[in-house]
Design a protein around this ligand. Structure first.
Ligand SMILES: Nc1ncnc2c1ncn2[C@@H]1O[C@H](COP(=O)(O)OP(=O)(O)O)[C@@H](O)[C@H]1O
Ligand SMILES: [Mg+2]
Length: 264
């Protein structure tokens, strides 16, 4: 018995952050994902490239548990989570951001982050107003700083620039103790200055936090990722180091052929 526990702990220590084996997802007859297998090491930063409809968001939905895969298995830090609901995956350190915004527009930046911290902590149903100096309040302040929003800390979300709203979404995904985060097109619609800011925020995240980022802009992807997966028609088309993907003639053909049009 003790041996089993020890074996499990040591497996968790060396296990991949994320492992997909033969994951497929159909919508009726439409194959959105076909036999996807991939392994992401702890702390790894993986970009997922691919044109509109390639299956990138569906891949994220299967990893988070928002959609069940039609077949295949998903392991998170060594544990098979294929049948787990989303909240059980969140409890194990998985987070995501969405392509659409889920912010509270009528609340301030700091209140949005505070609520997110509270939502993933124990005792979240307590209605007692937090004391000053409470640990959650401090975490919220730290997260606001981590996404470079300290100067607009008290502004209502509705009054933020678009890029600042996207930065705030990243802060929400960082609430609690995330170990692996899925970012769905965080750079979509950003100005060049906002993109540069995003790259700084992502590359400045603590090293133990791994992530997967869906990104159409090859330049952004290559700067924030240590490894790249390119998807096409629901399948993995190429996987490799950023420079290998960038220099790959087939990838270039797909991109120049209209696959990398921004997908919006
Ligand atoms: N909820 C859904 N119902 C039906 N079809 C869907 C649904 N979600 C995605 N699809 C289809 O699955 C394919 C992949 O979509 P998606 O994963 O959103 O691609 P991407 O994020 O790469 O643009 C598309 O053909 C899309 O129309
Ligand atoms: Mg998508």
């Amino acid at each position: 018995m003790a041996e089993t526990v020890a074996a499990r702990l040591s497996a968790a220590g060396t296990a991949a952050a994320l492992e997909l084996r033969g994951v497929s997802r159909y919508f009726g007859a439409l194959a959105a994902l076909v036999d996807i297998s991939m392994t992401v090491r702890p702390g790894e930063r993986r970009a997922v490239l691919g044109s509109n409809g390639a299956g990138k968001t569906t891949l994220f939905n299967c990893i988070t548990g928002d959609f069940a895969p039609t077949s295949g298995a998903i392991r998170l830090f060594g544990e098979d989570v294929t049948a787990f609901p989303p909240y059980e995956r969140i409890r194990r350190g998985l987070r995501r951001t969405y392509q659409i915004s889920l912010l509270f527009n009528g609340l301030s930046v700091i209140d949005n982050v505070y609520l997110a911290c509270r939502g993933v902590s124990r005792g979240r149903f307590s209605l007692i107003r937090p004391r000053r100096g409470d640990a959650l309040a401090q975490s919220a302040e730290d997260l606001v700083a981590a996404v470079h929003l300290h100067e607009v800390r008290d502004q209502l979300v509705a009054n933020l620039a678009y890029g600042q709203q996207r930065q705030l979404e990243i802060a929400l995904a960082l609430a609690g103790a995330p170990r692996f985060i899925l970012f769905d097109e965080p750079a979509a619609g950003l100005s060049p200055t906002e993109r540069a800011e995003l790259i700084e925020i992502l590359t400045g995240l603590p090293e133990h936090i791994g992530y997967m980022i869906i990104e159409h802009d090859m330049d952004v992807a290559l700067r924030v990722a240590t490894r790249v997966t390119m998807m096409h028609n629901g399948r993995i088309f190429k996987e490799g180091a950023p420079h290998e993907i960038e220099e790959d003639p087939e990838v270039q053909a797909l991109y120049l052929g209209g696959g990398g049009d921004g997908g919006r």
